[in-house]
Design a protein around this ligand. Structure first.
Ligand SMILES: Cc1cc2nc3c(=O)[nH]c(=O)nc-3n(C[C@H](O)[C@H](O)[C@H](O)COP(=O)(O)OP(=O)(O)OC[C@H]3O[C@@H](n4cnc5c(N)ncnc54)[C@H](O)[C@@H]3O)c2cc1C
Length: 233
């Protein structure tokens, strides 16, 4: 395995474009696992910010901030902190960065539903400039070479996130988040949606080892029933 250490987004982007099958290395909890498929890793820790700062009415979370930093921050809204804390292992929370998680766009993502429901924006370097886009648009339209530099959320984002899994350390079967009247739902293996409360009805659900499509649809239909609050594992 070769590790490349660019000092700026422009160089990292160029390397990622030039080296087929390479990946960015941030926390490394995915790309450094045993049997990793990547021969070339582009270590972006040298220039990715990791600070969490209040800027006007927003909290800006550097993509390099660890999930544990996010979970324990006094200025990050509770819905985002709860999502970061849903990563069940302290060791993993101390390694995994929010940027690596957001960039992975996983349907069992610790952060996916909460970032969508809170209409978070991401600052991305897209090869020509750094620009801010909705996380929803990042999921739908990003190119693999784009670099997430930071994530911005409304400091007053008021909501809740619920993750349902067979056990806390297992993949989430479904995750749901709500901020005001904006909702987001994810379901393994690949369904992600955000919108109004019952937008989960438009999800194309598949059966897998975590459960049948019918089971997932049932979970999604009751997850925000009145009086049904808190995380479930
Ligand atoms: C046992 C185990 C269980 C796991 N379970 C879950 C789970 O249930 N839910 C979940 O969400 N994750 C899970 N993960 C994966 C992982 O721990 C998290 O997704 C983590 O947050 C990834 O962040 P990282 O900083 O470690 O990313 P890295 O491993 O460094 O990178 C992950 C991916 O993101 C890309 N990337 C990294 N940083 C950026 C950036 N700034 N811009 C653009 N692309 C970038 C890389 O190219 C790579 O493809 C699990 C991992 C393990 C080992």
């Amino acid at each position: 395995m070769r590790i490349h250490r660019p000092s700026a987004p422009e160089e990292a982007y160029r390397l990622r474009k030039e080296i087929a099958g390479s990946a960015y290395l941030l926390g490394g909890t995915t790309v450094l696992t045993l049997g990793s498929e990547f021969e070339d890793l582009i270590d972006i820790n040298g220039f990715i910010p990791g600070a969490i700062t209040a800027e006007g009415s927003n909290v800006v979370i550097g993509a390099g901030a660890k999930l544990e930093d996010v979970a324990s921050s006094g200025i990050v809204p509770p819905v985002i902190r709860t999502a970061a804390a849903s990563c069940p292992s302290l060791q993993q929370r101390n390694m995994a960065a929010i940027g690596g998680n957001a960039a992975s766009c996983r349907a069992d993502g610790y952060m996916t539903a909460a970032l969508l429901a809170s209409t978070a924006t991401v600052l991305v370097y897209d090869g020509s400039s750094a620009r801010s886009i909705l996380y929803y648009d990042y999921i739908k339209n990003h190119e693999p070479e784009w670099i997430v530099l930071s994530i911005s959320v409304d400091s007053n984002a008021d909501g809740t996130v619920k993750r349902i899994s067979r056990a806390s350390h297992m993949h989430a079967v479904v995750t749901a988040a709500r901020c005001g009247d904006h909702y987001a739902y994810t379901a393994m293996p690949s369904a992600i949606i955000s919108g109004v409360c019952d937008c989960y009805k438009d999800m194309v659900l598949e059966s897998d080892t975590l459960g049948s499509a019918e089971y997932k649809r049932y979970l999604l239909s009751v997850i925000f029933e009145e009086g049904n609050d808190g995380n479930k594992s």
